[in-house]
Ligand binder design. Structure first.
Ligand SMILES: [Zn+2]
Length: 146
């Protein structure tokens, strides 16, 4: 499986884009429910992926009595484990985001306080900054790295 395919597995699938009614309150109850649903589905997908790998590793480990086969197998496992580690971190972030929704603090930029916006949040439901602040933060991060 290519890296690209793996990344696609970690993205969110299968939801209808939110249709805002005229004058609808930003992050009112229907909107909060919409994002709760997206995040829960995403989390579920990720957890299934983690379970699937663990099962697969248990099965395959038993099938390679030859040490050479085992070595390449172990290399593959360690790559998979790293991917799983990223997924676990993502799951934690999703949990944190679900808590924000519950506290009615979801959807506003952590840095400047403006609305992050429905479309941006649908593309990145765990986003906690608006596009401008995120861009600025990334530039700063790069400068620090130099
Ligand atoms: Zn901002």
């Amino acid at each position: 499986m290519s890296t690209n395919e793996k990344q696609q597995n970690s993205t969110i699938s299968g939801f209808e884009p939110y249709v805002q009614t005229k004058g609808e309150e930003y992050m009112g109850e229907p909107m909060r429910k919409h994002f709760t649903k997206i995040l829960q589905k995403w989390k579920q997908d990720l957890m299934q992926e983690v379970d699937r790998t663990v099962d697969h590793m248990k099965d395959e480990a038993a099938n390679f009595p030859d040490p050479a086969d085992r070595a390449s197998q172990e290399e593959e496992f360690s790559l998979e484990l790293r991917a799983r580690d990223r997924e676990r971190k993502l799951i934690k972030k999703i949990d944190k985001t679900l808590q924000l929704i519950e506290d009615e603090e979801y959807g506003w930029c952590e840095s400047c306080g403006i609305e992050i916006g429905v479309r941006r949040l649908e593309a990145r439901p765990t986003a906690d900054m608006c596009v401008d602040c995120k861009t600025l933060a990334e530039i700063k991060e790069k400068q620090v790295g130099k």
